[in-house]
Design a protein around this ligand. Structure first.
Ligand code: NAI
Length: 450
């Protein structure tokens, strides 16, 4: 459900009134529904120019292979479902003009909920300052473009590391995610594909078929939404929460045909108990989603030890301990995937949340440092950083502050728990196997902070 304001300004008098008064008019976002087309119209694929178009030709062929209506040049006034700008061969900022200005007029012809996706190379591995400048230019370009789009359209980018190409499995996986309704609340963000690892699912509607997944903090909110989404995508579920949330947890477990494990994740043996439960009840453990988290907000000047320690204990210390047990376990699937829930507070900071931001910054540091350890076995770990999401946690924010907070992003609305769940489901799938150590923000391109 979108919030009441968004519903009001989407139709009739509400729409006219908002227009007259210059009030924000958030669009109803295009979200994933099984059976609906991947994009709401033809896909325009444009290449880097200067005769180096191999990357875009291969990519256009791959998209045509998915049954998409692919265009290599725009037809006048045709409503486009997406524009894919393949900029992987850019070696100088002056080379951006060709493809970017060719795409520019088509931005007026985007269908509601359309997508713009850039595919370019990471600047970190550039051999010369000019190459780095051209590549980093894509960053500024994409983030600005995302702020110009309207009607629920978004712009996101895929960055290729040295080990990845335009048609590597996870480049195509990330592209499929960004094009689809699964990425509705992801805007102005980049995902880096580091290697050619990963595998596209034969059935795009069931990318987690046969996998066993554990979700912590699954009795309500974002955790329950993650459990539902992973179940929809074909996974078998173990849902974990504290004993006090036992009834809600049992209801979620029933709904997703999974099993419930009542457990405080701060317990010293939490990792072992999670592994034992998954293996005894489901025969395997492939995916772990660290979602459980708490807030105990206070200005640092008024902070006490209890508030500080409980937030660090639940939000990051428990994840470190559980991961240690996972990495040492023989029963774990040989290519496990771990996804942690961070927060934009851990990136940009938030007044009154020093403890929470320290714990979520900690999650990001942990994910980056664990990625190389898991890469040896072909597995991955990533984080998702939600912005303003409509949950019990944000419903407790006073009305005026909440109303401002939920509008301060390019999409002018709060995200839904399911939006976070979609990003997690993608990163937990083999389609994202070549993506690791990344932090993907699900924040509608929050306008405040980093
Ligand atoms: P919520 O408070 O609705 O749900 C959290 C769940 O975690 C609850 O069911 C709770 O019982 C469980 N939990 C807490 N401590 C636990 C422990 N020691 N052991 C096991 N389970 C425990 O919170 P919400 O909004 O669903 O948040 C989920 C995650 O998303 C958290 O990590 C939160 O920090 C993060 N997040 C939420 C945002 C939002 O706007 N709601 C924004 C950014 C991040």
């Amino acid at each position: 459900m979108t919030d009441k304001y968004t519903q009001f300004v989407s139709h009739g008098i509400g729409k006219d009134l908002a227009k007259k008064l210059g009030l924000p008019q958030p669009a109803v976002l295009r979200r994933y529904k099984e059976g609906e087309p991947l994009v709401p119209g033809p896909v325009l694929v444009l290449g880097s120019g200067n005769g180096r178009t191999a990357g875009s030709d291969d990519l256009a062929a791959a998209l045509a292979g998915w049954g998409l209506d692919v265009r290599r040049s725009a037809l006048p006034k045709e409503k486009l479902g997406a524009i894919v700008l393949v900029l992987d061969a850019v070696e100088h900022p002056e080379e951006l003009a060709g493809p970017v200005l060719t795409a520019a007029p088509s931005l007026r012809d985007l269908a509601p909920g359309a997508r713009v996706v850039t595919i370019s190379r990471t600047s970190a591995s550039a051999a010369t300052p000019a190459v780095a400048a051209g590549r980093q230019g894509v960053d500024g370009l994409l983030r600005s473009l995302a702020k110009e789009l309207r009607a629920g359209a978004t712009a996101n980018g895929i960055l290729l590391g040295d080990g990845a190409g335009t048609t590597s499995p996870s480049t195509l996986g990330a592209l499929r995610f960004f094009l689809s309704g699964r990425s509705a609340f992801v805007d102005g963000q980049f995902l880096t594909v580091t290697s050619g690892a990963g595998q596209l699912s034969a059935d795009p509607d069931k990318p987690l078929a046969g996998k066993v997944a554990v979700v912590t903090g699954a009795a309500r909110g974002i955790g329950a939404a993650i459990a539902r989404t992973l179940h929809r995508d074909g996974a078998r579920l173990v849902v974990v929460d504290i004993p006090a949330a036992g009834d809600h947890l049992a209801a979620v477990a029933n709904e997703v045909h999974g099993t419930a494990l009542q457990l405080d994740i701060t317990a010293g043996d939490a990792g072992r108990r999670i592994i034992d439960h998954a293996v005894e009840r489901h025969g395997a453990l492939d995916i772990v989603i660290h979602n459980a988290g708490i807030t105990r907000d206070k200005l640092l000047a008024n902070m006490d030890e209890g508030r500080w320690n409980s937030v660090i204990g639940v939000n990051i210390a428990s994840q470190l301990r559980i991961n240690e047990a996972l990495l040492g376990a023989d029963q774990l699937h040989k290519t496990p995937r771990i996804v942690s829930v961070a927060s934009t507070s851990g990136i940009a900071g938030n007044r009154g949340q020093t403890n929470y931001a320290a714990s979520k910054g900690g999650v990001i540091g942990m994910v980056r440092a664990t990625a190389p350890l898991l890469a040896e076995r072909g597995s991955s770990i990533n984080a998702v950083a939600p912005g303003f999401i409509e949950t019990d946690m944000t419903a407790r924010i006073p009305f005026a502050t909440r109303e401002v907070a939920r509008r301060l992003n390019s999409l002018q609305q709060g995200g839904l728990p399911g939006d976070v769940a979609e990003a997690i489901a993608f990163l937990a799938s083999d389609e994202a196997g070549g993506i690791t150590g990344e932090v993907l923000r699900v924040c509608g391109q929050n306008l405040v902070g980093a």
